[in-house]
Design a protein around this ligand. Structure first.
Ligand code: Q0Z
Length: 285
């Protein structure tokens, strides 16, 4: 690709450098489920998630600057790539949770705490938390899961001032996003943010993709019912089919998952479009 060199492939995204302080972030149409990248793509997923990220950056621009430089990207990547500033990244997954699910639920059931924050007794899968909590995690090696850590562990890695800045800004972003989404019938149960800075001592800059279904748990508000796992806004058809007898797949087998049927692909694509349109109030073109 003209002027860009490939540096990294994630499960569903690619990263390129221009060798001069800018990065090209590319979102593919790949989809993951149960820790596997599926052999089937979801048409337009990369464009939908990129457009949603850009919309959120606009909604958040008075709270925190972001890394986007330009949307003038190589032909063939239009709409699903952005040129960004290369930042010094903080090696912390900055998670805010307003509801209990996933690793937060697992930690709470074991200890009554998440990331050193004590929670009230009696919470269940999907409960709303009394107030949103910052639940940072350290990035794990490829194939491993991130490890939840407390604020002191973050401070030991990045310094106390940066750790407190990360917490404050993560919670401010979550509060803004949760309010906007709730008005539009979507619960943002949790979200993972990544921050960097431009120079030593520089302020936080919001990076990467933000507030997409791949970085967040979105739940349809009208189906929220604590006490059991909540239906996923985007991946529920995929999960239901993969775990049904029809797929012939045993997710504990270690075998790669099979291709998705066309109707599961089409219904899943429609959910990504619906998430974009419901949140932004815009039509996905
Ligand atoms: C993001 C990632 C992938 C996309 C590095 N602005 C930035 N400055 C420095 N580094 C990053 C960013 Cl966004 C950075 N990642 C994660 C991987 C595609 C993003 F394959 N890694």
């Amino acid at each position: 690709m003209a002027g860009f060199e490939h540096v990294y492939s994630g499960k569903v995204r690619e990263l390129y450098t221009d060798g001069a302080g800018r990065l090209l972030l590319v979102a593919s149409d790949r989809i993951s489920a149960y820790d596997f990248v599926l052999p089937t793509t979801i048409p337009d997923k990369g464009r939908i998630l990129t457009q949603l990220t850009l919309w959120w950056f606009e909604q958040l621009s008075d709270l925190v600057p972001n890394h986007v430089v330009s949307l003038d990207v190589p032909a063939g990547l239009a709409g699903r790539a952005m040129v960004c500033e290369r930042l010094e990244m903080y090696p912390v997954e900055c998670v805010a949770r307003g509801y209990l699910a996933g690793s937060g639920l697992v930690d709470y059931l074991r200890t009554g705490e998440v990331c050193g924050v004590s929670l009230p007794v009696g919470l269940v899968d999907g409960s709303r938390l009394p107030s949103p909590v910052f639940t940072p995690a350290t990035k794990a090696a490829l194939g491993e899961h991130d490890e939840n850590v407390d604020l002191d562990t973050v401070a030991a890695t990045v310094g106390r001032a940066a750790a407190e800045d990360l917490r404050r800004t993560t919670l401010a972003v979550y509060a803004r996003a949760e309010e906007i989404a709730r008005d539009r019938g979507v619960i943002v149960a949790d979200t993972k943010l990544e921050f960097g800075h431009r120079a030593a001592g520089g302020g936080l800059v919001l990076a990467d993709e933000v507030l997409t279904p791949d970085s967040s748990r979105f739940w349809p508000a009208d189906q929220w019912e604590p006490g059991h796992p909540q239906p996923s806004y985007d991946k529920q058809y995929v999960r239901d089919w993969l775990t049904s007898p029809a797929s012939g797949w045993d997710r504990t087998s270690g075998e790669a998952p099979p291709p998705l049927p066309d109707d599961v692909v089409e219904r899943t694509r429609a959910r990504y479009v619906q998430a974009y349109e419901q949140l932004t109030g815009r039509t996905f073109a």
